[in-house]
Design a protein around this ligand. Structure first.
Ligand SMILES: [Zn+2]
Ligand SMILES: [Zn+2]
Length: 363
């Protein structure tokens, strides 16, 4: 409680005095337009949070609050317009913001798209191309759901999970003692996707989950994406299968970035210039792969830019249902302002090891 209260108070003072922008520039976002990222957009946050990673959810109602707050302070632009600002070709200096949605969930079409159309806001969707028009679900969603079920099963001891992983020849610290979210994150961050899929298959063989449970996690279809694009939204790539690029071989990374770009271009008949790194993970090899695949702009989830490829490491702020709530659980403009200006990054820093040459080193 004390911690949240302090954060709320600090956010109020920071925002009123404009210090959030100063702290934001310390965190490395100086001169960079605002880019916001969301994942799933749902009707009922609490109901969806029972089976989905909570920080990947925003309710339609909260999304509208965020958009209205942003709309009073920024001019919404498409990613191409944002790109023109980033490469210095647009010549204007007003405050702009771009809205993006990662992973290509079908609920974008049902909940976000109508809202964005009604408000006239251009947005972008970063899709995982192998899942489009299928009943497959994202590896992270399936793993999380299976771990929630397993850890809630009182008949099983937590140690069983260690035994199961051991049987697969997998040992990842922190998995067994953690919450389902911590275990999901530890496995995804430590293992190549092929190993994560083996864990998913083993968990699945223990407890069959009905297809209905997976329906909320389905991806958009190509027909939906065609409609969304025709309405003025941007479709970008988020790889073929949502691999964490820093955990994979170079040929695999090249196939993921090139294959997904070709697929979107073939299906939708337009060029693809924008790419978002799955889970924001990038290192020099993955940035090079994105450059070689022909993308013009790449988006991460933190403040660090690669001095050699600043346009391929554009910072973004990921938001969800609770990222703008104060200690009473009420919407707080000052807290949202601090998130947008990355004021909290100064304190919390970045958990990733990008192994890049930071842009600030050249400044
Ligand atoms: Zn993603
Ligand atoms: Zn970082």
């Amino acid at each position: 409680m004390i911690r949240s209260w302090t954060k709320t108070e600090a956010a109020g003072v920071l925002s009123r005095t404009g210090l959030d922008k100063v702290f934001g520039s310390l965190a490395g976002s100086k001169g960079v337009p605002v880019v916001v990222g969301y994942h799933r957009v749902v009707e009922d946050f609490a109901a969806s949070a029972a089976t989905s990673i909570p920080s990947m959810l925003v309710s339609r109602q909260m999304l509208e609050r965020h958009l209205d707050w942003l709309g009073r302070r920024f001019r919404f632009v498409s990613l191409d317009e944002l790109g023109a600002r980033l490469d210095g070709s647009d010549g204007s200096h007003d405050a702009i913001a771009a809205i993006t949605f990662d992973d290509g969930y079908r609920d974008f079409h049902d909940h976000a798209f109508p809202l964005l159309m009604q408000k006239g806001i251009p947005a972008a969707v970063f899709v995982v191309t192998d899942l489009v028009s299928t009943t497959g679900v994202q590896t992270h969603d399936e793993l999380y759901l299976l771990l929630v079920r397993r850890l809630a099963d009182r008949a099983r001891k937590p140690g069983d999970l260690a035994g199961m992983l051991h049987g697969l020849g997998i040992s990842v610290p922190g998995v067994v003692a953690g919450t389902p979210y911590e275990a999901t994150r530890a496995l995804l961050e430590a293992l190549p996707q092929e190993s994560v899929r083996r864990v998913v298959a083993a968990l699945e063989s223990e407890a069959l989950i009905s297809e209905d449970t997976f329906k909320p996690f389905y991806s958009l279809t190509w027909e939906m994406l065609d409609r969304i694009q025709r309405a003025g939204m941007t479709i970008g790539s988020h790889t073929r299968t949502h691999v964490l690029m820093t955990n994979e071989s170079q040929p695999r990374v090249a196939d993921e970035v090139t294959g997904s770009r070709n697929e979107i271009e073939t299906r939708l008949g337009t060029g693809v210039r924008h790419f978002a790194y799955p889970s924001g993970r990038f290192d020099p090899a993955s940035v090079d792969a994105v450059a070689n695949a022909g993308y013009r702009f790449g988006y991460s989830t933190c403040s660090h830019r690669d001095a050699g490829h600043p346009q391929l490491t554009v910072p973004r702020t990921l938001l969800w249902e609770k990222s703008s709530l104060d200690f009473r659980g009420a919407f707080s403009g000052p807290i949202l302002s601090c998130q947008i200006h990355r004021a909290f990054d100064v304190v919390s820093g970045c958990r990733q090891h990008h192994r890049i040459t930071p842009e600030s080193a050249n400044a």
